[in-house]
Write a protein that binds this ligand. Structure first.
Ligand code: GZL
Length: 321
């Protein structure tokens, strides 16, 4: 606690001094003493690339010195990165946990070093919620529910609808929750998941799993992919099998990154649930408040929407990612 009080006093003093000499903080760019260690999942998808860009640019704007690591989707690499940030005594640690479990030990080390931790994008499943100050990201259950609700409307009147599910990384919060939300929405209807398998959120993973699904099932009506990249891989497999994506087999994905939105506009995907990767500015604001010792909400959920094919055609020109 002493560290945060010192930081708070330092922050007030620094601000007071700068205000006294009429500082123009709109210049940004110059680190204002806040150092953040950020342990990113990897670079597995278009969403992740957009998220990394958002964090880097927001740090620059906020004058935050950013130490950044890419874990290549391996939990042990994220744990190593968090440990190194503790040793470097950064002011705050932020990370997107690649999976929900296995974090208590390393987060306890950060807590003992009095370094606050912010969860961004993905959540953890831990008994001890004192191990992190706040979670900033999406409601993945709601995303899955939106996908299921759209499919129910889209297939109204059809007796039975066979869905194959391309799941995200096994054990990851978005994979677990998008499955939960979708299955809750379709419960009791004629829509049934006939097969589920992880494609690890990658385009190649989605393609390989879809090739296997097409060999094993001749009655697939719909693909529900937990992200655009796996959906785009599925499109390649469906076309290679001589079928028309978006027509012979309808496709629902999550994210709404540029390549996914283009496929939606082209009629190869039928519906996309947005997952907002632009978390950078909110993350820097939360970090500065946490380091200054302010109370912040335990959970900050970001705004996001959905897109039909027509809505994608309208939105594409203005998309930032
Ligand atoms: C969701 C994020 C997921 C995206 C994928 O917030 O964690 O990870 O949906 C990304 O594209 O790989």
């Amino acid at each position: 606690m002493l560290r945060r009080w010192t930081a708070a006093v330092a922050a007030v003093t620094l601000f007071g001094t700068l205000a006294a000499c009429g500082s123009d903080d709109s210049a940004g760019g110059e680190p204002d003493g806040l150092t953040m260690g950020f342990a990113q999942v990897g670079a597995e998808s278009g969403w992740r690339t957009a998220n990394t860009k958002s964090v880097r640019e927001a740090a620059q704007r906020a004058g935050v010195e950013l130490k950044f690591s890419d874990a290549q989707q391996k939990q042990e690499n994220q744990i190593k990165a968090i440990r190194s940030y503790v040793q470097q005594r950064v002011d705050v640690i932020a990370f997107s946990p690649v999976v929900e479990t296995g974090w208590d030990t390393v987060l306890l080390e950060a807590q003992r070093a009095d370094i606050p931790v912010i969860l961004t994008d993905r959540a953890i499943d831990s008994e001890d919620d004192s191990l992190y100050e706040t979670f900033l990201g999406s409601d993945f259950v709601a995303e899955g529910r939106k996908a299921g609700e759209w499919l129910l409307q889209e297939t109204e009147g059809e007796d039975s609808v066979a869905v194959v599910e391309l799941e995200g990384t096994t054990g990851a919060a978005p994979a677990i929750d998008r499955h939960t939300g979708f299955t809750e929405a379709i419960a009791g209807s004629g829509v049934e998941i006939i097969a589920s398998q992880t494609g690890d959120f990658t385009r190649s993973g989605g393609k390989q799993v879809m090739e296997a699904f097409l060999k094993a099932h001749d009655d697939i009506d719909v693909v529900y992919a937990h992200n655009d990249d796996m959906g785009l891989g599925a499109i390649e497999a469906i076309e290679a099998a001589g079928l028309t994506p978006g027509e012979d087999i309808r496709i629902i994905t999550v994210d709404a990154v540029r390549d996914g939105m283009q496929a939606l506009a082209d009629g190869k995907i039928n519906f996309i649930v947005e997952c907002n990767p632009l978390l950078g500015d909110q993350l820097m604001d939360l970090a500065e408040r946490v380091v200054a010792g302010e109370e912040v909400p335990k959970r900050v959920v970001v705004e996001e929407t959905t897109f039909t094919q027509e809505e994608a055609r309208q939105a594409l020109p203005d998309r930032q990612y």
